[in-house]
Each structure stands twice: as C-alpha cells, then as structure tokens.
Design a protein. Structure first.
Length: 156
C-alpha cells in the first residue's frame, strides 16, 4: 500500500484559468501561495501549482479569484516536457477535495457543495485512475487558459 497526499491552505496568486478537453471535461489550473516565518522573523513564501477537474474545476473557476483562500487536499503529480530541446520538469497538485475559506457570498454558498463535489471527484478519479493506461500528467508549460487539452494528457 502507498499514499500520495498533499494538504495545503493558501491564497490564489492569480485568477483560475479554466479550459476544456476535447470531450468537454473542465480543467482548472491555478496557483496557491503558502507562507511561513523563519526564526529571524523573515517570511518565506512558496508557490504551488494546482489542477482541478470536472465539477470541482467549474466551482473553483466560478467562485474563486486572486487573493481568495482555499484549503486543498490532493495528490502530487510529477511531469516533464521538452521545450527548445531542454527537458523541463513540473510538480502539480491534483485537487481531490477542497474547501472555500473566508467570508464572501460565493464561499459561503458553495462551501458544502465544493466539499461534496471534491469528494465525488476523488472517488471518480480513483476509479478512473485504476482503469487508465496513461497515469502520468504531462504539462505543456502553460499555466492554463483557453484551448483544449487532449484526453490522453489527463492523469486518470
């Protein structure tokens, strides 16, 4: 048995970017910042790249914006791609469950829905992942945006 689980809570560094696969599945990419203070009082910030799918992607894209706080549970996914003859490596967190943190109409109205959708996504993703021949997520180096993503590039 093995476990691949990441838990982070942080603020969005930019508005989420949503796109759709050729089959119509929503894919939302965004970044979260987490911070900690060192003994000398200096604050260290780290940025994390995240990807959500299906209903979770649509909810995050609709109700979350730059500066909002999210609690995320997911799995770490490593990938690589080649650009200009150079192999580049990526680390993403695939969102499985999430909660909106803080006040605001969107966060309050969708918090429970987001929890349920994230849980459903995790269960569906786990089932699909077992059936998948290609379990690696390949990132083209873009942080999202319009366009389509081939179904072959999905991690499940």
């Amino acid at each position: 048995m093995s476990v691949n689980k990441a838990i982070i809570m942080g603020r969005l560094g930019q508005d989420p970017a949503i796109s759709y696969t050729n089959s119509g599945m929503a894919v939302c990419k965004f970044s979260l910042a987490t911070s900690r203070k060192q003994k000398d009082g200096k604050e260290i910030t780290q940025w994390h790249r995240l990807t959500a799918f299906d209903k979770a992607a649509e909810l995050i894209a609709k109700y979350v914006a730059k500066g909002n706080m999210l609690y995320i549970e997911g799995e770490i996914n490593y990938g690589q791609y080649e650009k200009d003859g150079i192999t580049r490596y990526t680390t993403d967190i695939i969102v499985r469950e999430f909660n909106f943190i803080g006040s605001g109409d969107g966060a309050q109205n969708t918090q429970k829905q987001g929890q349920n959708q994230g849980h459903d996504r995790y269960q569906n993703g786990a089932q699909n992942n077992q059936q998948s021949q290609n379990s690696g997520y390949q990132n083209d180096g873009n942080s999202g945006g319009a366009g389509s993503i081939p179904d072959d590039d999905l991690p499940f």
